[in-house]
Design a protein. Structure first.
Length: 208
């Protein structure tokens, strides 16, 4: 009976209900069904190709968008790295300049006015009422306040004990530098607020 039906009717009513799994079985039934199944198979193939093409296009677009986003992110990261590098270099240069300035100011203060580094009155430090500020006087005050030597004995005009201590501590008045423990001892460790002559800088020692 199916052979007597017009091809247009079969194509209109039969082809729409065919599915991809039934096509191989129908194609061997008869020449008419083989022709109809071939048409249906071509439509299936065309639909699948269209779907795969669309999926491929979507995937390609997604990959392209991801790559472009990664490229933009990399550019932003490089710009941020360059910005941080420039900021770090500027801070380092500013720090170096500040260190140089601090060193210059500190050297100038220690050379010309070391007394301004101390507070005008400091009751926690022993008072110094003298006016001398040479290596010998700094050495004496260091012995008195750091080593417990009697002040009356060391300040006497003739003091064998002082000569003995000079030899013990390798003291030479011609050698005076910051590595010596008595270097600028009076200025740094004693209250000189009541010694006007000392504070006026009349007897500042020279660093050798």
């Amino acid at each position: 009976m199916i052979h007597q039906l017009p091809l247009a009717i079969l194509e209109k009513h039969l082809i729409p209900i065919l599915i991809e799994d039934t096509l191989p079985n129908l194609r061997g039934s008869c020449e008419l069904l083989c022709d109809l199944s071939s048409r249906r198979f071509a439509r299936f193939q065309s639909k699948m190709m269209t779907q795969k093409t669309n999926a491929h296009a979507e995937l390609t677009d997604q990959l392209l968008n991801d790559w472009q986003q990664q490229a933009r992110d990399n550019i932003r990261k490089k710009e941020e790295i360059h910005r941080l590098y420039r900021a770090n270099r500027e801070r380092r240069e500013q720090l170096e300049a500040a260190n140089v300035l601090i060193h210059k100011l500190d050297s100038a203060i220690q050379k010309h006015a070391p007394h301004i580094l101390l507070e005008p009155k400091n009751t926690t430090k022993p008072k110094y009422l003298g006016s001398r500020n040479g290596p010998v006087e700094n050495f004496k005050q260091w012995l008195i306040h750091e080593n417990g030597e009697p002040a009356g004995e060391l300040c006497a005009r003739s003091c064998p004990r002082l000569e003995e201590l000079k030899e013990t501590h390798s003291f030479y008045s011609q050698i005076y530098h910051p590595r010596l423990p008595w270097f600028r001892y009076i200025e740094l460790h004693m209250d000189i607020s009541e010694s006007s002559k000392f504070r006026e800088g009349l007897s500042l020692p020279k660093t050798l």
